[in-house]
Design a protein around this ligand. Structure first.
Ligand code: MN3
Length: 243
């Protein structure tokens, strides 16, 4: 719970609150976006490939709505919340999400949902790509085999977790004290709010797959492996181990 005392501390001008200063939060943080006081600091990152680049596995209309409308809405709502407390505008979204209970109470839920939405989707676009998929490569391939026995076993467990998740949310591969773990979160909750680093995650909200797959979430989960950018997953695994 945020006490009145640290609420006042947060909203007052002055030194950076110590609760944003943990080594973990810094290591996870992307570079500060901006320090502007009158403009929105969070932006939707542009897709680095065409809307239709992931077809037939993810259709162009889904990609366009998902990126341009859904992700944009999370960013807009996050900016609106943070703009109420300008001293928070120098924080990264990772810093906000690892310190949710220290935020002013009136924006905690908004930041949890929309900051999570922003961070989760920023990862999602990056870990997918055209001419991707296939068996994992590099260090993550070795770690998956060590932890789960085989890539197929890992995929099966990941897809089962995503299928069983009731309602909207995400299925993740995270590092938990340097071990790999499959987990799910509801809504837009990020694993980093639990101190866990997301290596990769699949969006199982219906908006991610409904136009092509309708209610057939397992088919979307199975097809998704065809667009995984293992190079980027390895980059994230490398960062996770350095946390
Ligand atoms: Mn989504």
């Amino acid at each position: 719970m945020t006490t009145r005392r640290n609420f006042l501390y947060l909203v007052s001008a002055g030194t950076t609150a110590t609760f944003f200063g943990s080594a973990t939060a810094r290591a996870w943080a992307t570079p500060a976006v901006a320090t502007a006081t009158t403009t929105d600091v969070f932006r939707v990152p542009p897709l680095t490939y065409d809307y239709n680049a992931l077809e037939p596995h993810i259709d162009a209309a889904t990609m366009k709505f998902h990126h341009d409308k859904h992700h944009a809405a999370y960013v807009k709502n996050l900016n609106t919340a943070v703009n109420k407390y300008p001293q928070l505008k120098t924080k990264t979204v990772e810093q906000l999400l690892t310190n949710l209970d220290k935020l002013p109470k009136d924006i905690q839920t908004t930041v949890r949902n929309n900051g999570g939405g922003h961070l989760n989707h920023s990862m999602y676009w990056q870990i997918m790509g055209p001419k991707a998929g296939g068996a994992p490569t590099g260090a993550i391939a070795t770690a998956i085999t060590t932890q789960f026995g085989s890539y197929d076993t890992f995929k099966t467990q990941f897809n089962e977790a995503g299928t069983k998740l009731f309602g909207s949310g995400w299925v993740w591969l995270v590092t938990d004290r340097n071990k790999l773990k499959i987990m799910t979160t509801p809504n837009q909750d990020s694993p980093i709010s639990q101190g866990l680093y997301p290596i990769m995650g699949n969006d199982v909200w219906e908006h991610a797959y409904y136009l092509t797959y309708q209610n057939r979430r397992p088919e979307y989960l199975a097809a998704w492996w065809n667009v995984i950018n293992w190079t980027e997953v390895n980059n994230r695994f490398d960062r996770a181990l350095k946390v």
